[in-house]
Design a protein around this ligand. Structure first.
Ligand code: SF4
Length: 353
């Protein structure tokens, strides 16, 4: 029914970007893009937190594990993201103490159980995961842990949308914003983008029916020359967001400029630990300084994250770059566009599985 409605309403060519990697995977897994009329083109945005973490921060995590000999904890996806020289898995093979955790509080527990070791949690993610990482810092403060710190790599969605829309050759007509991010932060930050760039933004969920309804809402706006902020994911999103989570974020983090992998520096797009919590900031404790930020090798992650090219248009896709031998983060992460194409579109040239 939704597909029929999209077909009925579509008259012209439109390019819509879904921001979230979870939405990208749902689109590919259920073949939603193939159900759409040819006029509606979906491109994939920078909403995979692992994918946008710059190489320099991976290198800093490796240095902490290899040279400072800390217990380096992070989520599983981070283990195989290539740094300049090696990834965290390889560091572990060289006898570094790198541990996979499922929650930042696991790292706090490891720190309390190992008082004679330094423990660092490598915190990546968007506004969705940042509250839990802020709570880990508050828990460490409460427990008076002096051997726990966080290597912070948090990023935020609205400045990234602004950066994409500000690129001179931007061809995006509308956005599906990530419902879970807005469940935390609300939607107030999106209204200025809608007004300034005259672009529809529909806050959308992750089930196939959510995504199709979000596309229908977006195309309906475009066809009627409207540019509004709409919420498709009403069962989880309120315009004011989650005030408790926002308060925790504001207490622990402050907004700073952040480098994104392949996208460069984006003003006001990062969350950094406030000076009041510097005792739990790995960058302060280990005097890490600013990471040396460089994208290396043949990976075109920047173009993928900006929606300029699709994964199968990368010369390495399915050849030298596979989930077993990733050359870039989008092939590693469970939310990466390249891994979605490899997994769900086996017939693309170069993908032999
Ligand atoms: S296929 Fe591999 S090398 Fe190409 S953009 Fe994706 S992650 Fe990078």
């Amino acid at each position: 029914m939704l597909v029929e409605a999209i077909r009925r309403v579509t008259q012209r060519d439109w390019t819509i970007m879904e921001i979230c990697g979870g939405q990208t995977h749902a689109i590919m897994r259920f073949g939603l893009d193939q159900l759409l009329p040819p006029e509606v083109k979906l491109v994939h945005g920078p909403g995979c937190p692992v994918c946008v973490t710059p190489v320099g921060l991976i290198d800093q995590a490796v240095v902490l594990a290899m040279e400072h000999r800390v217990i380096l904890c992070s989520f599983g996806d981070m283990m195989r993201v290539p740094g300049t020289q090696i990834d965290l898995n390889t560091a572990r093979a060289y006898n570094a103490d790198v541990r996979m955790v499922v929650s930042p509080l696991d790292s706090v527990k490891i720190a309390s159980e190992n008082p004679d070791r330094e423990v660092v949690f490598f915190a990546v993610g968007f506004e969705t995961t940042a509250p839990a990482n802020a709570m880990a810092i508050l828990a460490a403060q409460r427990q008076k842990l002096t051997n726990f710190t966080v290597l912070c790599a948090h990023v935020m969605v609205p400045p990234a949308i602004e950066a994409i829309l500000s690129t001179p050759d931007c061809t995006i007509d509308g956005f599906l914003a990530a419902g879970h991010v807005c469940a935390v932060m609300g939607t107030d930050e999106y209204q200025p983008l809608v007004e300034r760039f005259r672009v529809p933004i529909v806050v959308t969920g992750f089930e196939p029916v959510d995504i199709l309804e979000g596309i229908l809402m977006c195309v309906t706006q475009l066809e009627s020359a409207h540019a509004d902020l709409e919420i498709q994911y009403r069962r989880a999103v309120r315009s004011e967001g989650n005030p408790v989570a926002k308060a925790v974020l504001a207490e622990v983090f402050q907004i700073e400029d952040r480098q994104w992998r392949g996208m460069g520096q984006i003003v006001g797009s990062g969350l950094e630990i406030r000076p009041a919590f510097s005792a739990w900031d790995a960058k302060c404790k280990f005097s890490l300084g600013r990471p040396i930020l460089q994208d290396v090798g043949p990976c075109i992650a920047g173009d993928i994250l900006l929606g300029k090219r699709k994964p199968h248009q990368c010369g390495e896709f399915g050849k030298r770059c596979t989930p077993q031998t990733p050359l870039g983060a989008p092939m590693v992460s469970s939310e990466g566009a390249c891994s979605a194409y490899y997994r769900y579109r086996p017939l693309f040239e170069g993908n032999k599985t």
